[in-house]
Ligand binder design. Structure first.
Ligand code: NAD
Ligand code: UDX
Length: 458
């Protein structure tokens, strides 16, 4: 068991909050403090209304909060007291200057390095939890080891593989924990200190140790491979629609091949989330910076197919609604980028809503958890949109329903009641292939799934 007594995590977001709550719950002998510059976020972490929706998170937080888990805005004190500092700040895509739209924006990251340097009075292990370009640890080390006080900082990469919506399950029972460090006695000792924390509840054989650069690159590569599978099946969904093949049947048939595997083969309106697009574009940027243009082109096509799939979804709506949606009420069922989260970052629903607004449709958005984020994402265009928590009311008077998120509640609605309240002919565009298409058709809907033949009366 580790001798570590105090962990600090800088960044109380979707990763920092749940990850530290899990460590604190599993390791009562370790004091865990999570800091953030966002005061409202910290206040929410200290309240009964946590800042993010994640199934099971409140239970884990309640086990440890006030015992050995603390949320605070006092970064300076946190740094001073910590033996190990996890850095879990945001690393979004750069929107300005060199690499804009591709490279990772490392300003928040670098700022934490300078804060750690400014407030440390003893040696520390610094853990990269954020997803970062390969070789970022080198920059971190250079900044930290520029100190003149003779302090030693060991930088370790421990990328996070949790997915939103299943974060607690992923943290409690991870496929693996990856810890990268230098192949030196100090590097190995730092790696072991981090491994010992996880070993409290994760079987040792699932804790993988590697060199620093492999760990950093593995994170970007894992997300690129996952996203590539979705773009692959989505590209096939278009061919299915053209040939009367059924994409779910194709996915099942290929997924039973143990070399391929069944997961991440669900065709959809397109992947979203804060990670896939950002991390692939970052990978593309890194490849280009090493002159590996063919490699960059290959991974960039994964994002291009995803953009195309989102646009194709709206084109299908237009083409089948008599080439115009102007003035028509269209209900978007779901806005979160996937079910069981309120997160809407890069959600396909944003692109779909924007395109429908451009076509002058009257867009109504319903979602059980994501309406506030949806309003925020649409900015000025939010004024043109209706936000309605109740799906029945959202569909009332609509010409079409478009399923954007696979919330289970949309499967159990009374669609005869929904249909009776809609304009006729009524359309369903199922961007997640989660509804009972045959039944909807039989009661009178015109149904357009992804990657399957439409079922239409008109
Ligand atoms: P987030 O935006 O939800 O949280 C980041 C937090 O860091 C914010 O609350 C921000 O205020 C805070 N912050 C920024 N600079 C700070 C500073 N100097 N001091 C204190 N707080 C500071 O981001 P996230 O979704 O938690 O992602 C964090 C990192 O983890 C990113 O690199 C991301 O790519 C990676 N990641 C995310 C997920 C995911 O599912 N969201 C999964 C795996 C990895
Ligand atoms: C992803 C990675 O899975 C996770 O390991 C990493 O740490 C962060 O990025 P996340 O973005 O939270 O996690 O969710 P994920 O389940 O991967 O879904 C991403 C997007 O792909 C969602 O929009 C989802 O609906 C979509 N998706 C997923 C599909 O369209 N089809 C699938 O088969 C799987």
């Amino acid at each position: 068991m580790t001798q570590t007594s105090h962990i600090l995590c800088i960044g109380a977001g979707y990763v920092g909050g749940p990850t530290m709550a899990m460590i604190a719950a599993k390791c009562p002998h370790i004091r865990v403090t999570v800091v953030d510059i966002n005061e409202a976020r910290i206040a929410a972490w200290n309240s009964d209304d946590l800042p993010i929706y994640e199934p099971g998170l409140d239970t884990v937080v309640k086990i440890a909060r006030g015992r050995n888990l603390f949320f605070s805005t006092d970064t300076e004190a946190g740094i001073r007291d910590a033996d190990i500092i996890f850095v879990s700040v945001n690393t979004p895509t750069k929107t300005f200057g060199q690499g804009a739209g591709r490279a990772a924006d490392l300003q928040y990251w670098e700022k934490t390095a300078r804060q750690i340097l400014a407030h440390s009075t003893r040696n520390k292990i610094v853990v990269e939890k954020s997803t970062l370009p390969v070789r970022t640890a080198q920059a971190m080390e250079r900044i930290l080891n520029s100190n003149t006080a003779g302090l030693r900082f060991d930088v370790v990469s421990n990328p996070e593989f949790l997915a939103e919506g299943t974060a607690i399950k992923d943290l409690e029972d991870p496929d693996r924990i990856l810890i990268g460090g230098h192949e030196t006695p100090d590097g190995r000792a730092a790696r072991k200190a981090i491994a010992d924390i996880y070993a409290t509840w994760v079987p040792r054989e699932r804790i993988i140790e590697s060199n620093l650069w492999s760990a950093e690159l593995s994170k970007l590569t894992a997300n690129a491979f996952l996203a590539q599978r979705i773009s692959s099946i989505n590209s096939i969904s278009a061919l299915c629609e053209a040939t009367e093949a059924d994409v779910d049947e194709v996915a099942y048939a290929i997924g039973t091949d143990s070399r391929i595997g069944a997961r991440f083969l669900k065709a959809s309106v397109g992947f979203g989330g804060s990670c896939f697009k950002k991390d692939i574009l970052n990978l593309v940027y890194i490849c280009r910076s090493y002159g590996l243009n063919e490699v960059a082109d290959y991974w960039e096509s994964v994002v291009a197919i995803n953009d195309w799939q989102q646009a194709r979804f709206v084109q299908t709506m237009l083409a089948n609604m008599f080439n115009t949606v102007a003035g028509k009420r269209i209900a978007l069922f779901g806005f979160a980028f996937k079910a069981d989260t309120g997160d809407t970052r890069e959600s396909a629903a944003i692109a779909v809503a924007r395109q429908l607004i451009a076509e002058r449709a009257h867009v109504v958005i319903t979602d059980p958890k994501a309406l506030d984020n949806a309003r925020h994402d649409l900015g000025d265009q939010a004024a043109l949109v209706e936000f309605e928590p109740d799906p029945y009311r959202a569909a009332h008077g609509a010409h079409a329903i478009a399923v954007m998120t696979e919330w289970s509640l949309y499967r159990s609605l009374d669609y005869a009641r929904v249909l009776a309240s809609m304009e006729q002919p009524a359309f369903v565009f199922d961007g997640r292939n989660v509804l009972d298409h045959r039944r909807l058709f039989e009661i009178g809907f015109n149904v357009f799934p992804v990657g399957k033949s439409p079922l239409r009366h008109v």
